[in-house]
Design a protein. Structure first.
Ligand SMILES: *Cc1c(COP(=O)(O)O)cnc(C)c1O
Length: 440
């Protein structure tokens, strides 16, 4: 980054600082990963200079012969990798991609979206009242049973009663296998479109480590920067089943993305997605997907041995949701303590959470990024031990009820936690471990 260093030393040194942080800590936010250098080179290429409104061979601007080839290559690779009939690689990110699906198929203020409630692990765009999806469309939310599992009979009952036009399956904080076949049957019973939002688990699906939704759903949305390990971005895919239900489905979605919602596609992002798709074709990626799950399972059983209460009792995929109630501390405090100890996770609501979203009862963590670095089961045992030690440091701490008092308390509390000697000694051990596992 010689030119950047010369032109803008402030941004250069911030990037270097962040690079150092990403190397020295255990990145365990389950939606994060390390993109390869090849992906980043494509992302940082001259393709960022081009305007390409429209689709391949039907552009509104001249000079797109090369870009057409790039976009077609990305589409063809996705079609082959997932086994789908139609692909759109232009959505800027996951949220705009879901928006495009709703705009393609629903009439605002009339047609219903049915999705998992945000508080139970659905995404904002699955009908949360604070998102456009809940503001512009009527929403039916389903939840989880008392064990934190999807209750398919209840989902079916709700679908039959409410007749949503679209059902969304696929989540941001669900640690178990999703029964896409059952969702398919429910959607078919009421003639609804079924959208599988597999943003979190795409890498697991393409490596065969999680069942594919392709035979059972009409539309698939995935982000490209999570377990797929590409650049930030998203893809919309239509299955054979989707085209059978609605031969215009691909066209409707394409039109909703452009010109419905977006202008020019980010061609550099498209190229980087194509690179990630190529990387995901290989045998190494299959092993990667399987190792993500082996690591998550090893970490889950080690945490259970340390008396952690895992929502649903464990995990089938890349992520773990911990209910901290028995540890007598909330997720916000724990996430802070773990960050100080070099273990980066996020606070998260647990099913039936009694606490507000800003300091919920749980944390969410996952293994995609540390598995990219080459960590295996042995390292998971160490991580569980460190987590247990770090959380003991803050067990019993709580936040004042009063909002104003809490603000002041939190400021001082943060200082205190950052000064904690035990936590910084764990951070040193974490750093030593991390130095043995390369990032791209
Ligand atoms: C991450 C995610 C999204 C949104 O992705 P952004 O790129 O952050 O907009 C949508 N749905 C699910 C299930 C996700 O996990």
């Amino acid at each position: 980054m010689k030119s950047l260093k010369k032109v803008d030393s402030a941004i250069y040194s911030l990037i270097k600082k962040e690079e150092g942080r990403q190397k020295d800590v255990l990145e365990m936010i389950p939606s994060e990963n390390y993109a390869s250098l090849a992906v980043m080179e494509a992302l940082g290429s001259v393709l960022t200079n081009k305007y390409s409104e429209g689709y391949a061979k039907k552009r509104y601007y001249q000079g797109n012969a090369v870009i057409d080839e790039v976009e077609i290559l990305a589409e063809e690779r996705a079609k082959k990798l997932f086994g789908v009939a139609h692909v759109n690689v232009q959505p800027y990110s996951g949220s705009p991609a879901n928006t495009a699906v709703y705009f393609a198929l629903l009439e605002p203020f009339k047609d219903k979206i049915m999705g998992l409630s945000l508080a139970y692990g659905g995404h904002l765009t699955h009908g949360s009242p604070v998102s456009f999806s809940g503001k512009y469309f009527p929403v039916v939310s389903y939840t989880l049973d008392k064990n934190g599992m999807l209750d398919y009979d209840e989902i079916e009952r709700l679908a039959l009663k409410e007749k949503p036009k679209i059902i969304v399956c696929g989540f941001t904080a669900y640690p178990r296998i999703i029964d896409f076949k059952r969702f398919g049957k429910i959607a078919d019973k009421i003639g609804a479109y079924l959208l599988a939002d597999i943003s979190h688990i795409t890498g697991l699906v393409v490596s065969g480590a999680h069942p594919s939704p392709v035979p059972y759903v009409h539309i698939i949305m995935t982000t490209t920067h999570k377990t797929l390990r590409g650049p930030r971005g998203a893809m919309l895919m239509v299955t054979e089943k989707g085209l059978k239900k609605d031969p215009e489905l691909g066209n409707k979605i394409d039109k909703a993305v452009f010109p419905g919602l977006q202008g020019g596609p980010h061609d550099n992002q498209t190229a980087a997605i194509a690179v990630a798709l190529r990387e995901a074709q290989g045998k190494l990626f299959k092993e990667y997907g399987k190792q993500i799950i082996k690591n998550a399972k090893a970490l889950a059983s080690a945490l259970i041995k340390h008396n952690f209460n895992l929502v649903s009792g464990g995990t089938d995929n890349h992520l773990i949701l911990i209910d901290l109630t028995n540890k007598k501390v909330n997720g916000a405090i724990v996430a802070l303590a773990l960050e100080v100890a070099g273990i980066v996770v996020n606070k998260n609501a647990v099913p039936n959470d009694k606490m507000p979203p800003f300091y919920p009862s749980g944390i969410r963590l996952g293994t995609p990024a540390i598995t990219t670095r080459g960590m295996k089961e042995k390292e998971m045992l160490k991580i569980a031990k460190w987590m247990n030690e770090a959380i003991s440091e803050v067990s019993g701490e709580s936040l004042p009820e009063d909002k104003e008092v809490r603000k002041e308390f939190w400021k001082n509390f943060k200082k205190k936690v950052w000064a904690n000697k035990k936590l910084s000694s764990i951070a040193k051990e974490v750093k030593t471990l991390c130095s043995k596992f390369r990032t791209p």
